[in-house]
Design a protein. Structure first.
Length: 266
């Protein structure tokens, strides 16, 4: 029997191994019938956040959890699949799930699957970037050490040499953004930001080759970097928001170009 079944919230499940039935569903009543899978995922995440479930802990069988939650297997499997895609759970041999190491790199890995989605939504993507990255830039302006600030400014200014070289600029762009993310001093937020940055790179390759795009991006990088050097979080985040809006709009233009090229080949 796994140690998870011995934990308080799963104590009643131990009885199942002996063939006994639960007197009432786990967690104080059966789950509501409105998005059931989402509620199951939220409940499991709550146990992880509280420390009741830890890295390496093995969940009960699907049958045990179905009885405990008072639900059928389809919504349970949907919840387990969602948490697996999020990098929170992993499926082990024999069909049992266990909690992963919950490292930042594992938790953001699912973002890469969006690269292949035919229905990639530029605006949805950049809404997420705004939420995560504006906070990181603010933190960077407040927390970054002098060496990091100098590195950010150097990368921003160096971009002026690559107005006509999209490939070189994209390499520099990655380093500039990573320096900003790292300067915020939050490993988890930085990992999330890097994961979001990697989404839609095929579109960004096309966008970076559009006339004038690199020049505008470089000028915006310099504005952001100068605000970070001045430790001015408000100015830095305002400049970064304008930069993300530029990236969003040019990504939309690039999608139109890609769509037109694909249509012409049909």
């Amino acid at each position: 029997m796994s140690k998870l079944i011995k934990d308080p919230d799963f104590s009643d499940l131990a009885a199942l191994d002996a063939g006994e039935a639960l007197s009432e569903p786990f967690g104080g009543g059966a789950l509501e019938r409105r998005p059931i899978a989402e509620q199951v995922a939220t409940r499991i995440m709550g146990m992880i956040k509280s420390g009741n479930l830890r890295s390496g802990d093995r969940l009960p069988t699907e049958q045990q959890m179905g009885i405990a939650f008072g639900i059928s297997r389809p919504p349970l499997r949907e919840a387990l699949k969602a948490l697996t895609l999020m990098g929170v759970l992993e499926s082990r041999q024999g069909g049992r799930y266990s909690v992963t190491d919950l490292s930042p790199s594992r938790l953001v890995a699912p973002f890469s699957t969006m690269l292949s989605f035919a229905d990639y939504d530029v605006r949805e993507h950049f809404e997420a970037r705004v939420v995560v990255e504006l906070e990181l830039v603010r933190l960077c302006a407040e927390r970054a050490d002098e060496a990091t600030r100098a590195r950010i400014l150097e990368l921003a200014v160096d971009g002026r040499a690559f107005h006509e070289d999209p490939v070189a600029f994209r390499l520099l762009d990655i380093e500039f953004h990573r320096a900003l993310y790292g300067g915020g001093g939050s490993r988890l937020l930085a990992a999330m930001a890097e994961g979001l940055y990697d989404v839609g790179l095929d579109v960004r390759r096309v966008a970076s080759a559009l006339p004038g795009v690199i020049e505008i991006s470089v000028a915006q990088h310099v504005q952001i970097a100068e605000a970070v050097m001045a430790c001015d979080g408000a100015v830095a985040t305002a400049a970064y928001r304008r930069h993300l809006e530029h990236v969003r709009d040019t990504s939309g233009q690039a999608q139109d170009v890609i769509g037109a090229e694909a249509a012409a080949k049909r």
